[in-house]
Design a protein around this ligand. Structure first.
Ligand code: IPM
Ligand code: MG
Length: 399
């Protein structure tokens, strides 16, 4: 037995524990939720991202400016670009987020972010941490909130994916113990599980949702998923009016394709990796990951983005202008709602539903056979300004 290898791994593990124990102190001392109503101005930063990012960010930014034009004119809201979160710059600094870029990001209350490239072993880039994951951890954006709605099929889900823990938290800090053994670490904490579960229940309470479902694999992953589930049921006791249940991730993945059962799910709460996987599956029913937006919410900061990656192949194949901007425009809708303009977020959602799910006059295929992102966005903006928006949307949903 290689005793030295065991000692090295043990020392490495001790350091990880120290970092996490310090993080727990910070999480527990976190100031309360920021009040956007009191900010003058609310500062919104735009991060264009990599690959198709800059293309869809341009469209989404255009819609955001339109939605908030009065507030921008009145100086209540400021929208600026933040440079430097590109894979080239991150690689040059060999860092998930270069220090000056992180300092800049922290000057904004909320950000709208295009997809960024996440390198992996063997890529031409240094194998740095995903900057999505790094931003989420740095800004303590503990909730990844992902709605999926297909009104006509009775699908109205909202996923609360824990965003700062699980296998992701220590993803870059695994141990190559020796030539045979590689180990990664999975982290679940009670404060971490509590705050995501509480947010899911608060959402249910505020929006009149009757049921909250927890997804784990606690029968097999006993310690961490066991802890998550235990905390879920403990928090549930504070919300006696809300029905609760829990499912294992494997059968839940199957139930999402069960047309009879899937309508019953409403609010779902789950650890990071399961949430990553299940939300891609869920988005497929709505028209694919290109149609799904996501909110990364923390008590002090929030970041809104597409749920998908940067699709570099679309760029090398010269198809970036045909990328679906819908995901990032939905993110802009969520951003508007989050900072205090829910009715505008809702209007934008309706315009997107009509364009993408019902009318389908403007179809995105990702190739020259379909509409460009710009043409699609122009059309969404036409609906957004149409006096028939709400009645048309209601007609489609009911009809
Ligand atoms: C997402 C993405 C990211 C994640 C990647 C790019 C790190 O898949 O936002 O779901 O896994 O969280
Ligand atoms: Mg994902």
């Amino acid at each position: 037995m290689d005793k030295a290898a065991i000692d090295r791994a043990t020392a490495h593990f001790a350091k990880l524990l120290e970092v996490q124990m310090n993080r727990m102190v910070k999480v527990k001392a976190m100031p309360d939720w920021i009040d956007y109503g009191k900010l003058k101005p609310i500062r919104i930063g735009i991060l264009a991202g990599d690959g198709i990012g800059p293309f869809i960010a341009t469209e989404s930014k255009r819609v955001l400016h339109f939605l908030l034009k009065e507030e921008v004119a009145a100086g209540k809201v400021v929208i600026n670009d933040i440079e430097g979160l590109t894979i080239e710059n991150r690689a040059a600094h060999n860092k998930a987020i270069p220090d000056d870029v992180l300092a800049e990001i922290k000057k904004y209350h909320v950000t709208l972010k295009g997809p960024t490239t996440t390198p992996r072993k063997g890529d031409p880039w240094p194998n740095i941490e995903s900057c999505n994951v790094a931003v989420r951890k740095e800004l303590d954006l503990f909730a990844n909130v992902r709605p999926v709605r297909v009104p006509k099929q009775g699908i109205d889900w909202i996923f609360f994916r824990e965003n700062t823990e699980d296998l992701y938290a220590l993803g870059p800090y695994g141990i190559e113990v020796d030539a045979d053994i590689a180990i990664d670490f999975r982290l679940i904490t009670a404060p971490g599980a509590d705050r995501i579960c509480r947010l899911a229940f608060e959402h249910a309470k505020k929006h009149g949702r009757k049921r909250v479902t927890c997804v784990t694999k606690a029968n097999v992953i006993k310690t961490t998923d066991g802890r998550f589930l235990e905390n879920f049921y403990r928090i549930a006791k504070e919300y006696p009016g809300i029905e609760v249940d829990d499912w294992y991730i494997d059968i839940m993945t199957a139930k999402l394709v069960d047309e009879k059962r899937r309508r019953e799910f409403q609010v779902l709460v789950l650890p990071n990796l399961y949430g990553d996987i299940l939300t891609d599956e869920a988005a497929e029913f709505q028209g694919g990951v290109g149609t799904a937006g996501s909110a990364n919410i923390g008590k002090q900061y929030a970041m809104f983005e597409a749920i998908h990656g940067s699709a570099p192949r679309m760029v090398t194949e010269g198809r970036a202008q045909y990328a679906d901007p819908c995901s990032m425009i939905r993110a802009a809708a969520m951003l508007s709602a989050h900072i205090g303009y829910p009715e505008r977020g809702k209007a934008l959602e309706m315009a997107l539903d009509i364009t993408g799910q019902y009318e389908k006059r403007m179809v995105i295929t990702g190739r020259a056979s379909g509409a460009t992102g710009t043409a699609f966005t122009d059309y969404v903006m036409e609906w957004l300004q149409s006096p028939k928006l709400a009645s048309t949307w209601e007609g489609y949903v009911k009809g």
